[in-house]
Design a protein around this ligand. Structure first.
Ligand code: PEP
Ligand code: MN
Length: 358
């Protein structure tokens, strides 16, 4: 074979490659059209029966140098890539995605903003235990110029015998203190039927990690005109987290704050593993503001400050942490809540850090 022959054969291969490319793209366009039809009809995109038929037809007509198993493998890869193409189209259509809305969503909590570029702090006790306890935290927050106060009235506890929260009485305490001191209230709601009830008391409905895929709760929160703080599930992927937010926005409520609060891994040094890179990923993939909860992600007081700095440096819209006037006697998360002097120290350092970043 001369060099000339080889060049000719290579030219031929290039020609065939281009034909294949053209055919693959033609095929992809047809697949997209099928995807749109399926979307309209609400039919599942993956259809194993149809795929089997397509493969059988290919194999029946195959008599080239490739082994049947090789051909089957190549076509399976083409099928898989096509299915993924449909998935991409699906993601493009998500209402929470940047593709759907390029500009940042700014969540407005009675005039207090999250997602406007200014990094904020959501602080407060793990659980509401009484008026005096909440008031002490609120006053300390006010001293620090903070206005977004968290506190659980309905507590999702691992054990049914642990303190479950004060319920509506807890919400009433939060509201009373918030009105006296000038705070906005962020509090978790556990059940869809409590969403309406909570509207009189809370300014932001929190949906906790354990309820991230409680679809009825997500839909109920999506139907009201109140900002929602949605926490990432204990073992939820970013895709599942984004889809949980989609449940809320699909009902009409776009006032959603995403909260990274650590995920379950094999690591035991921290209560959960803070997935810090979730912050820029969520901000890139969605138009929603992102908060980092440093208390539940680390479960360690000594890590609150470094993780809060990391959250601010990586672009979180707010940092959440727990504060209790006397953590030693707290009815939940006693080991990881800051007392008031610790909170003041924490705030002084993070504020200085934030200013350095700006
Ligand atoms: C909370 O913030 O009070 C809480 C229970 O956190 P999570 O749902 O993230 O565990
Ligand atoms: Mn807690």
């Amino acid at each position: 074979m001369t060099t000339n022959d080889l060049t000719q054969l290579r030219d031929k291969i290039d020609g065939v490659n281009l034909q294949l490319l053209k055919l693959l793209n033609e095929r992809a366009e047809i697949v997209q059209e099928i995807g749109e039809h399926k979307e309209k009809q609400g039919v599942a995109r993956f259809d194993p029966v149809r795929e089997r038929q397509a493969l059988d037809l290919i194999i029946k007509n195959h008599d080239g140098p490739f082994q049947t198993s090789t051909i089957q493998y190549i076509f399976k890869e083409i099928f898989k890539a096509s299915l993924e193409l449909q998935k991409d189209n699906h993601n493009k259509a998500l209402l929470v995605s940047r593709k759907a809305r390029p500009e940042n969503t700014i969540v407005d909590i009675n005039g207090e903003k999250i997602g406007d570029g200014e990094q904020r702090f959501i602080m407060g006790p793990c659980a509401v235990e009484g008026y005096e306890q909440v008031k002490a935290v609120a006053l300390a927050m006010k001293e620090q110029g903070l206005t977004l106060m968290r506190g659980g009235a309905f507590k999702p506890r691992t054990s049914p015998y642990d303190f479950q929260g004060l319920g509506v009485e807890g919400l009433q305490i939060l509201r009373k203190v918030a009105d006296e001191v000038g705070m906005q209230v962020v509090s978790e709601i556990l059940a869809p039927q409590d969403v309406e009830k909570a509207l009189d008391y809370v300014d932001v409905i929190q949906i906790g990690a354990r309820n991230m895929q409680n679809f009825e709760l997500l839909k109920a929160a999506g139907r009201v005109k109140k900002p929602v703080l949605l926490k990432r599930g204990l073992s939820a992927t970013i895709d599942e987290f984004i889809n949980a937010a989609e449940y809320i926005i699909s009902q009409g409520n776009d006032q959603i704050i995403l909260c990274e609060r650590g995920i379950r891994t094999y690591e035991k040094a921290t209560r959960n593993t803070l997935d810090i890179s979730a912050v820029p990923i969520l901000k890139k993939e969605t138009h929603l503001p992102v908060v980092v909860d440093v208390t539940h992600s680390t479960g360690r007081k000594d890590l609150l400050l470094p993780t809060a700095k990391a959250a601010l440096a990586i672009g979180a819209d707010a940092v959440m942490a727990e504060v209790h006037p006397d953590p030693a006697v707290a009815l939940s998360d006693s080991a990881q809540q800051m007392n008031i002097p610790e909170f003041n120290e924490f705030m002084d350092v993070v504020k200085a850090f934030k200013n350095k970043l700006a």
